[in-house]
Design a protein around this ligand. Sequence first.
Ligand SMILES: [Zn+2]
Length: 343
Amino acid sequence: MSISLDVLRALPKAEIHVHLEGTFEPAVLERWARQAGVALPRPRERLLDFTGLADFLEFLDWACGLASTADRAAELARSFCERLARDGTGYADLIINPTHWSAWHGRLRALFDALEAGFREAEQDGLPGVGLCVSLLRTQTPDEAAELVDNLIAWRHPRVVALSVDGNEATAGRTGPRFADAFRRAAGAGLRRTVHAGESSGPDGVWDAVDLLGADRVDHGVRAIEDAALVDTLVRRGIALGICPSSNLALKVYPSLAAHPIDALRRAGVRVSINTDDPSLLGTSLPREYGLCAEHFDWDGEVVRSLARNSIEASFANPEAKDGMLRALVAWRAGSSPRPSVA
Ligand SMILES: [Zn+2]
């Protein structure tokens, strides 16, 4: 059914699969580049028109390189909280991959503290809360993974809630065994675990995430649909999937929403959630992602409410924050809208 963007903004929900590196706004990057005396790689209006993966990764390094001061990192953190408020998102687990932040190499704790200043200021102004999921890159070595986990355990930074791993499994190959020890130690230290799998990898990657890395959640995980035993395992263990429909279409995991398995996974009883992945780079928002799916799969308000409930319950928010969002969710009404939900 068609549910208006305003109604979907009002839907109490969490976001559990979104990357800080995917939230750079062209206007902010243009200002930072001007201040730094650095040229834009191409005109602002075409800044996010990527020609391919290599171009995209080059852009990421360039953008993260501009966020080189504590003030800019804090500004980025605060802007993210403002984005959550605009989208009506009550809380987000935000993935940050330190390998992209070259200006902060060797100073990761200082980067966390700079982001913390932005998050704290935002919270004091009544904006939504954020937990950081610190991500390994698939191509890193076991020693690099061990060093990151050593630091996370030693620092016990109050903003860090989870260890994550992302990057392209199609090029890195099978990496579950390589990171099993790092994830086991993170779990022992009380960190949660979220794992990219079942996007650039097939069901095997999701099995590794679940069996070798002890994943509380799987980011994407959509290709689990190809293995009935895996779907059963996800249902039985209550492992949620952080699904990003527009991202999957942009990266050609599926040719269209009609071919996307989110509704089949939901019907099979998997705890699916809707997310943006890289909202600025993909030109999307969380209400828009809900709207696209609700319209295409003809979901009514109760289906939408159940997915929002999954997002809140599967988030790493503290119990009080979850309770508040869940209470508000009960009162949400889908209603009906006279105008089209998404352009
Ligand atoms: Zn992702």
